[in-house]
Ligand binder design. Sequence first.
Ligand SMILES: NC(=O)c1ccc[n+]([C@@H]2O[C@H](COP(=O)([O-])OP(=O)(O)OC[C@H]3O[C@@H](n4cnc5c(N)ncnc54)[C@H](OP(=O)(O)O)[C@@H]3O)[C@@H](O)[C@H]2O)c1
Length: 335
Amino acid sequence: MKALRLHAYGKNFYKNLSVEELDRPQPGINDVVIEVDAAALNPVDYKMARGKVKIVLDPPKPFSLGFDVAGTIIAKGMNVLDFKIGDQIYAKVPWSQMGTIATHCLIDQEYLAIVPSSISMQEAAGLPLVGCTVMDSFRIGKLQKGMKILILGGSGGIGSFAIQYAKYLGAEVFTTTSTKNLEWVKALGADHVIDYTKEDYRKKAQGVDFVYDTLGGPHTSRSIRLIQKGGTIISIAGHYDTDTLKEVGVPSIYIRINQMAMSVLLLRMRLKKITYKHVWSQPNREKLEEIARLVDAGKIRPIIDRVYPFEEALDAFYYLQTNRAKGKVVVTIGK
Ligand SMILES: NC(=O)c1ccc[n+]([C@@H]2O[C@H](COP(=O)([O-])OP(=O)(O)OC[C@H]3O[C@@H](n4cnc5c(N)ncnc54)[C@H](OP(=O)(O)O)[C@@H]3O)[C@@H](O)[C@H]2O)c1
């Protein structure tokens, strides 16, 4: 089998990546082995390659990259009874099985589901990480029918799924994007699309109940200003809350440093009775089955920006790192 492997972290990590020949994995009792049709990239892939995630995940090098995948089962362990050889599945693999930008990969049966029947394998590969992250975020933030939500970054992989899922839940959706993306983001169902290059979303989305912060940096702080008292900010890219850091097993010294860095922000949130949580996606079979139901019922449309062949996987990384992707960036592996 072949896999895209990283040999060293670095800002210019491209020179440390290469496609290499490896032994095909053998399934453990709870695993399947799949022949990969397509793998989707996520910002976590380049953040990992740059060494930005090593506080929580620092595998021995070289290691294979990629979390999202769709493919066909070619072998399975003795405890795998719900899936058979030949099933087409999709998954976001757990950290310990990272390496989906490859011809084959191993997946624990708890992390996969049958692909939605109405879409291609390339489209299916782009759904697991963003879909499960958004579902987790809105469940934890208790997004409900009638609530007003601001989704920062409506045209990204996360934002394009989040708009559709928030509409499905019955929320009124405000979102930000740049001029070139206004029309298609509106077509995803957003009620109010704010061009952040021309308008100030702090004024346009004043008084929302919920902010979904997919940008981090100054945007988390700005969200405090615009959200109504008692609202909820869920971030997937901004400051970490202590509970989340404990959940992912970060050393206590780092947790203390983070608490100090967040103290002013936390105080401002407390004064406004805001609930804040940094969510880490926790994909599993149940959530993937729910995504498949929503896709096949026409409630969620997979949004693919660009598709690259395996030999051009580095170009796919280059493109995603521009931070301008409109939906998902996918690498095709098989056939
Ligand atoms: N915690 C978790 O479990 C988790 C899970 C998934 C993702 N994440 C994080 O969430 C973030 C978003 O992920 P993604 O997959 O959506 O990334 P992405 O697809 O690469 O996002 C690209 C999009 O961001 C938009 N964008 C960039 N700057 C913007 C700004 N100032 N205002 C509004 N939109 C802006 C761009 O639109 P324009 O071209 O119009 O600017 C582009 O469409 C990343 O940092 C990722 O690491 C975290």
